[in-house]
Design a protein around this ligand. Structure first.
Ligand SMILES: [Zn+2]
Length: 310
């Protein structure tokens, strides 16, 4: 088992999405009330269980699932975990809770994006019973026997996004709000899927994270990073750059394929300062940027940027 840098009372479990390392990770809060922050998709439950086992734990030992947001790659396993463990309590943004109770709308909209790959990618997404759910809007404190987590409303990537801040160790669980990064690589890339991308709100969320003065930024994709000032500055910069590339592409009247190619070319040139191995890893990890392009295009189209048809 690979061990990643984290605060000492937190472990990172790689759930090997589609068998690949460093794509989706879940954070295990160690202590008397073990909890998972973003358990990952339903499709990777066996790897999650193997990861728990490596820490001497099973699903039955968990006391809580804490969600940054309800996208399937972060929260899809929650229903299955709640079925297996009747003590499990789920902590989630108020706006996300209805989609845990009835995932059909979430699954339908994901089907539009992923088509017949849904089952392979995300697995068997089960509903969560309402009585197992605690909702948050930001400003609350969650105490989990040893860990005190403060909840903050954190829109930008998604309307139902929270940032959780573990005050004792300075770990901020930022979900997808500070982009995607690979262990050992000093570069972030934005995570901008449709439909909720909101750049203004996102900027405020970045301010909020900065003002927490975290010691660690804990990313589902992938890892905990303690070079916080660099990471945040890089995440802000890349998001601004990608947003502008997509805006210019829309203004130029590009079709989607051309727009996506423009974004991919930008990523390749941003990554040019990295080693060939790092470049290959980041480009393979990233895959096609269609969803990133669509999320940003949708933001600009909603805003009605001049010259952009809505
Ligand atoms: Zn997400």
């Amino acid at each position: 088992m690979e061990v990643y840098p984290t605060p000492s009372d937190i472990a990172l479990i790689d759930v090997y999405h589609l068998g690949r390392a460093h794509v989706i990770g879940t954070f295990l809060l160690l202590g008397d009330a073990p909890a998972l922050i973003d358990p990952g998709p339903a499709s990777t439950l066996p790897a999650l269980k193997a990861g728990l086992d490596a820490h001497g734990l099973s699903v039955a030992d968990l006391r809580a699932v804490v969600l940054t947001h309800i996208h399937l790659d972060h929260a899809g396993a929650t229903g299955l975990l709640a079925v297996e463990n009747s003590h499990l309590v789920v902590h989630v943004h108020e706006r996300g809770a209805p989609h845990l109770i009835d995932p059909s709308r979430l699954l339908n909209s994901a089907s539009l994006l992923y088509g017949d790959r849904m089952e392979q990618l995300w697995g068997n997404v089960r509903p969560v019973a309402p009585e197992r759910i605690r909702v948050y809007t930001g400003g609350e404190t969650l105490r989990l026997n040893g860990h005190t987590l403060r909840a903050f409303d954190a829109p930008g990537h998604a309307k139902h996004h929270l940032v959780w801040f573990d005050e004792a160790n300075g770990a901020a669980f930022v979900g997808d709000n500070t982009g995607v990064r690979l262990p050992g690589v000093r570069m972030t890339r934005p995570a901008t899927p449709p439909p909720d991308v909101d750049l203004e709100a996102w900027g405020r969320t970045h301010d909020l994270i900065e003002q927490l003065h975290p010691q660690w930024l804990c990313l589902t994709h992938f890892g905990a990073y303690d070079d916080v000032a660099f990471h945040l500055a890089d995440a802000r910069l890349r998001l601004r750059q990608w947003a502008e590339i997509v805006r210019q592409s829309l203004l130029a009247g590009h079709d989607e394929a051309t727009g996506v190619a423009t974004l991919e070319a930008a990523l390749a040139s941003e990554a040019a300062t990295l080693s060939p191995v790092e470049q290959a890893a980041i480009i393979q990890q990233t895959g096609p940027l269609t969803l990133s392009w669509r999320g940003l295009a949708r933001y600009w189209q909603k805003l009605g940027v001049s010259g952009v048809r809505s």
